[in-house]
Ligand binder design. Structure first.
Ligand SMILES: [Zn+2]
Length: 188
């Protein structure tokens, strides 16, 4: 009996460890492969760079179809409250059936804040990928009034809800690329 409970604890511990990173082990049954995730994160990062050119902040998100390949929508940041993921969730909810959205994936360069996680939840988008953590972002933005980054992991927000939204991230192999557009931006 003791051994069984030890094994159960070990499996539980491992599942927590896997759920906290973007390793392949937690991609079992996820609609996107590791390679597709990296590709879509890079696309989202291009959207983030476009946002800066348009006069906004360097954040970008894309909505990926259940096939894991097709990009249905792209959305750049549009301001302090118009975050890329919130805007994308609202547009997606207006355009697509909510059952369909449950099989789609929102891919975003940085971990969604609690406002965006809330919008993703209410839009019924079932899968989320983020490249770098909110903590990494906070180190760069500091208390900048344009983006006073919070500290509330999106997994904690989703866990407070009533549906099992799947989250994968961060992906440290892309951190340098994703952080690059922010380094110069938040210093000004
Ligand atoms: Zn947000």
């Amino acid at each position: 009996m003791k051994n069984i409970s030890k094994n159960v604890s070990l499996v539980f511990l491992l599942s927590i460890l896997c759920a906290c990173t973007g390793t392949d082990s937690d991609l079992k049954g996820f609609p996107l492969s590791h390679q597709q995730i990296l590709k879509h994160l890079r696309t989202a990062n291009e959207v983030a760079k476009e946002a800066v050119k348009s006069g906004y902040y360097p954040f970008g998100a894309v909505l990926v179809a259940p096939d894991g390949e097709t990009v249905l929508m792209k959305q750049e940041n549009l301001g302090t409250i118009e975050h890329a993921e919130t805007e994308l969730s609202r547009r997606a909810f207006a355009k697509y059936d909510s059952d369909y959205l449950w099989s789609c994936t929102l891919v975003t360069t940085f971990e969604p804040c609690c406002m965006c996680a809330g919008n993703i939840y209410w839009a019924n988008i079932g899968n989320v990928v983020y490249g770098a953590t909110e903590t990494t972002l906070k180190k760069m933005t500091g208390d900048n009034k344009m983006n006073p980054t919070m500290n509330l992991p999106c997994r904690r927000v989703f866990k407070a809800g009533q549906k099992p939204i799947r989250v994968v991230g961060p992906f440290p192999e892309l951190e340098d690329e994703l952080v690059a557009p922010h380094r110069a931006f938040w210093k000004r």
